[in-house]
Design a protein around this ligand. Structure first.
Ligand code: SF4
Length: 368
């Protein structure tokens, strides 16, 4: 079984007529319910729900406090290499973009880890471009061993791997896996992933499941909003998360909906996703999957991030760098995308406290 079979059925739904056919009466009916069905999610993502966004947000707030308390977990990305063999039209690291590629040595990773750990962070997300030759599993395993000296929680966002390879990484100390489908629409997927192993849509879609099977504790899925109609993409991402949540009861499933940011290259988003649309998608997620974590990165602007704390977000990056070696300046490269919220970690922590929430630096450590 794979989410792909569910996706194949779901993609045949008459999305346009559904979205245009729902009314505010449907939205009010859904808001009165305790448990949401996939059809209810479509109602919450529809244009009719825009007029009732405040009511949806209020319910999202209540559910988030009920399941997560008033806490925001802080983490940061750490880029250790930017070599990539794929041609993705929307990304600076795309193989055809000309810039000096970087890959940190273990010594440099240690320097970078110290610089990040000095800020007080305990949870990190290790990122590379996608290149099995430049950053093979053996390199990632060594890097994780270095990083584990400084951080109790190490997650990865790297090229998709086989289950056995994820098992090696889990044994080295990896406890989280982020892998975005980028765009669930299979035809658009093929058109924006022009070259490289990433063109294999099905292998990528099954990646979170391989991570679950390898025993990785926390799995984060999502879509890069802007590549297709955001309402449909948000729906598929939520259904993917629900599929994993139901099948892998031990795994903690999270969702992210990053929006396309300026980058090297001239790709223009197919769908414009305004701030209010992102709010609608995130609050709809919360109502549909009350137990799922929701992650928000520094791609999003300061004011929006501050407001989304109330509405469903449970995890945020802060003071982030999207360049290789960006914290210690040991080997700075090209940023994967432009950051929007440029506040420091301390400033974001203070903002969270000012809102009556608790910034959490550590909520997990594997005891061996
Ligand atoms: S999105 Fe990922 S796979 Fe595609 S070019 Fe960027 S780093 Fe490489």
């Amino acid at each position: 079984m794979s989410f792909y079979y569910e996706y194949e059925k779901l993609k045949e739904l008459p999305f346009e007529s559904y979205f245009q056919g729902f009314t505010e009466i449907d939205v009010k009916r859904v808001l009165a319910k305790q448990r949401m069905t996939p059809e209810d999610l479509l109602v919450l993502l529809s244009p009719a729900a825009e007029g009732l966004l405040e009511d949806i947000a209020q319910k999202a707030h209540e559910l988030t406090v009920q399941h997560f308390g008033k806490t925001i977990l802080l983490f940061n990305p750490i880029y250790i290499a930017d070599h990539c063999v794929n041609l993705c039209t929307y990304c600076s690291f795309s193989v055809t973009n000309q810039f000096q590629r970087s890959k940190l040595s273990m010594k440099q990773i240690e320097v970078e880890a110290k610089a990040l750990a000095d800020l007080g962070l305990k949870h990190i997300l290790v990122l590379t471009g996608e290149s099995k030759t430049s950053t093979p599993v053996s390199y990632i395993v060594e890097a994780v061993k270095v990083l584990k000296k400084y951080f109790p929680s190490v997650a990865i966002e790297i090229n998709p791997l086989d289950t056995d390879e994820y098992k090696q990484l889990a044994e080295a100390g990896v406890d989280g896996l982020t892998v975005y489908q980028e765009v669930y629409n299979e035809e658009i997927y093929k058109s924006v992933h022009v070259k490289g192993p990433k063109r294999d849509y099905r292998y990528r879609m099954d990646t979170p499941e391989r991570g679950c099977e390898a025993g990785i504790r926390q799995i984060n899925v999502g879509a890069l909003l802007g590549l297709d109609d955001w309402r449909k993409e948000a729906f598929f991402a939520a259904m993917h998360a629900r599929y994993l949540q139901r099948k892998y009861l031990d795994a903690e499933i999270s969702l992210s909906l990053p929006r396309i940011r300026p980058h090297l290259g001239d790709y223009q988003p197919r769908s414009i996703v305004e701030d209010r649309h992102l709010v609608q998608a995130i609050t709809a997620f919360r109502l549909f999957l009350p137990r799922a974590g929701i992650t928000l990165s520094t791609r999003e602007p300061q004011e929006l991030r501050d407001n989304l704390i109330y509405l469903g977000v449970t995890k945020m990056s802060a003071g982030a760098s999207t360049e290789v070696g960006g914290y210690s300046q040991c080997d700075t490269g090209t940023a994967q995308f432009e950051i929007s919220d440029e506040r420091s970690l301390a400033e974001v922590q203070q903002m969270i406290r000012d809102k009556g929430y608790q910034p959490v630096l550590k909520d997990w450590e594997l005891l061996v």
